[in-house]
Design a protein around this ligand. Sequence first.
Ligand code: NAD
Length: 493
Amino acid sequence: MIDSDARNELLAKTGRSYPRVGLLIDGEWIYDRPACFQVINPSDESELGPVPEAAPEDYDRVLASAERGFDVWRKAPPLERAAVLQRTAALVRERVEEIATTITLEQGKPLYEARGEVLRAATFLDWDSAQLQRAYGRIVPSPAPLRQLVLREPIGPVAAFTPWNVPISAPSRKLSGSLAAGCSVILKPAEETPAAACLFAQCFMDAGLPKGVLNIIFGPPTEVSRRLILSPVIKMVTLTGSIGVGKALTRLAAEGMKPVLMELGGNAAVLIDSDVTPAKVAELATEAKFRLAGQYCTAPSRFLVHRSVYRDFVDEFAARARAHRVGDGFAEGVQMGPLVNAKRLAAMQSMVEDAIKRGAKVDAGGERIGNSGYFFAPTVLSDVPIDADAMLLEQFGPIAACTPIDDMDQGLEIANSLNLGLSNFVFTNSGVEADRLSSALRSGSVAINLFSSPAAEAPFGGYRESGIGREGGEESLDSYMVSKTVLQQMVRI
Ligand code: NAD
């Protein structure tokens, strides 16, 4: 099942190899630092290459560079900033194969999914290159005889932290929003997937982004976050990552009263009504649940299914899960790659064991595949009690936890019972239920009769502990800008 020949063939044919990972400081790549991390290919556990660790003086240099970069970039005319983002988007599309190959090597997702992620990353740049041209201020009428102007200004140098599951699209959302607003950025990509982020950064450099506007740093995460966030140079902090790390970074930011944009974890519920065709929903659920091996923040996780269609749904879902093709992301026909590391494998095993202990049944999968690479079988569990780990914790893996419900009110109550809310899904043929549930569900997005989340043109973010602030949509630049009011009395003085 685990076939790495396709990968070796592709690399030999294209002459590609795993790119070098560097620090990007003031427009220069720096490689000669001791390693703080070895990147592992999760399909076969081989070492891909080292991640250099920033030395103490690198932090001084990177912060000074971001400060200079901000001074240049905030003064750049909007059309110039838009042109750089547009050229970057074009280069990302041109380099799709190179970047996608790197993502599949270090992250494991099938090559077609990696290509999709790269192309999606370019759409955020397209969107923000247009949004920045509409970052209007306003004139506010005053009761007094004076003129009041509201100006919108970039907030300053930003510290950005991104995860391994979407190594290009998470940085893209952050870089396109902040750079469009006129900020400079110091990015700390996930150490599991650093090379894709470096290739992405090179697109900005080749598109003419002035040096110092985008910098990349690596090191022990707690060290990087402390040194950047506590520095007076940094004026805003953004993370896409777990809730625990989000809270830690928000606490650090609070020391300097710095605003944060936090895109954090979710645990999406899927409410399935009695009037649907269960096989149809199961088909869509299979594709959505096992995409990226379930390792994405909006992955459907808690399947709350009306009792009248429950068994048909679970049986079809399980049959499809068993037929889902798992393997090296380079192999032809593979639909699901490995988990990113051994920790995720152990987490999946523990969730399955906990569910069984509490009375759940394993309808498909439930265990590791093979003993090389971090592959876990697409798993469908039924009759999972709502206090099982697989219901309460973010799964971040290929487990679908199903449980029957008596009506949609019960489903709604379970869906809203956790202190988080990124995405939820509803399947129903009733317009009234669709309306009612989309307003009653406490999450940043609700999708009705499809599994999808907001793209560049609509805001994306979480309720409750799933986050603060929004990326994309009309709101895209908001977190990276501040409003300044100028009051001007029109008199000679
Ligand atoms: P993570 O929180 O462990 O890491 C995210 C980033 O923070 C990485 O760059 C990591 O090196 C860094 N980091 C880790 N510990 C840190 C610390 N103590 N101090 C400073 N930085 C630290 O998350 P992950 O495992 O890389 O990604 C998975 C999580 O990300 C999941 O919870 C998932 O839901 C979430 N996620 C959310 C979204 C969203 O848009 N809401 C999108 C993708 C992933």
